[in-house]
Design a protein around this ligand. Structure first.
Ligand SMILES: Nc1ncnc2c1ncn2[C@@H]1O[C@H](COP(=O)(O)OP(=O)(O)OP(=O)(O)O)[C@@H](O)[C@H]1O
Length: 303
């Protein structure tokens, strides 16, 4: 579990993190979202004791990072995958980390297997691709078999296989009861990976909810309708002052409708003898909900 209470971080005149409080629970994947500069990386650095808060506290399983007796056994992190000496091999890098943190040597072998790096373990890290570097960063995070994982943009630069691998890995880690905090700008990927989302905006928490709830609170589900008589159908759906329908154009002969179900649209069209060439529900997405939230945030900021 990770708990932030009244956490703030100021850099000069910039309040990068502004009085945030949240609880990141174990046994699930929590997605950390927010526009560039929202304070995600700063919050992660505060969790890991890499920066001191200006105010407030953040604890890992009840203790501040600096009070953890064996930090690598408690929390593993991927922040910047480039922090490895290029002349070292992946294995020697992990062995050195293990030796300095009193982690048994067998863990090196285990995490190399787990991250698919066994075959390249003897190669110089300087020659690694971006994806291999990310895997090595994740291997280092897993080395102490920690109960908490903090991964900043772990799928950055990975190919589709790598992205899928990270998704399956973090889902597996959460299913073992670990706490997993993950940041990413890839909404479609986050939607498939996270159970819960925390959204930061200008240093503050602007949403903290189970992912399904967050998506449902965003843009309403819509129905895509295509008809050779699109204009007449639109007029039919909008008829009367009480009509709940809200229409948006969607190319030639098509529009989307919010406020009515596909069945209601179909029935109204049939009653007027209007042919339909397409009638398909469009599920609300994490991306829609996120864009909607950050748009209202921006409008609020402008006002
Ligand atoms: N060491 C620092 N000195 C001064 N300002 C900083 C420092 N670190 C971060 N900031 C500022 O704090 C704010 C929050 O930055 P942070 O990197 O935490 O955002 P982020 O949400 O991780 O963004 P991104 O998605 O771009 O990684 C930004 O305005 C950034 O410029």
């Amino acid at each position: 579990m990770i708990e932030a209470r009244g956490l703030s971080k100021r850099y000069g005149t910039k309040l990068a993190v502004d009085d945030v409080s949240f609880t990141i629970k174990s046994g699930q994947v929590t997605g950390f979202l927010g526009p560039n500069g929202a304070g995600k990386s700063t919050s992660m650095r505060l969790m890991l004791g890499l920066d001191r808060p200006t105010a407030g506290t953040v604890t890992i399983n009840g203790s501040r990072y600096s009070e953890l007796p064996a930090p690598m056994h408690e929390v593993g992190a991927l922040l910047d995958a480039k922090g490895v000496h290029p002349g070292r091999s992946a294995r020697s890098h992990l062995r050195a980390l293990a030796a300095t943190h009193r982690i048994p040597e067998r863990r090196v072998h285990e995490v190399l297997e787990q991250t698919g790096l066994s075959e390249v373990a003897h190669k110089r890290v300087g020659g690694f691709s971006l994806g291999m570097g990310q895997r090595l960063g994740i291997a280092a995070a897993l080395l102490g078999d920690p109960r908490v994982l903090i991964l900043d943009e772990p799928v950055n630069g990975l190919d589709p296989d790598g992205v899928l691998w990270v998704r399956q890995l973090v889902r597996h880690l959460a299913s073992e009861g670990r706490t997993v905090l993950l940041s990413s700008h890839l909404m479609s990927e986050m939607a498939q990976t996270a159970d819960h989302v925390i959204v930061l905006g200008r240093g503050r928490v602007v949403a903290d909810a189970p992912i399904a709830e967050f998506i449902a609170a965003g843009k309403q589900a819509r129905v895509l309708v295509r008809s050779p008589e699109a204009a007449r159908l639109a007029a039919t759906l909008m008829a009367g002052p009480e009509s709940p329908a809200a229409l948006e154009p969607a190319g030639d002969d098509a529009f989307t409708v919010a406020g009515l179900t596909a069945a209601e649209v179909g029935d109204l069209a049939a009653a007027q003898g209007i042919a339909l060439h397409e009638l398909s529900p469009v599920a609300a997405s994490l991306e829609d909900a996120y864009l909607e939230l950050t748009r209202t945030e921006l409008e609020y900021a402008a006002a």
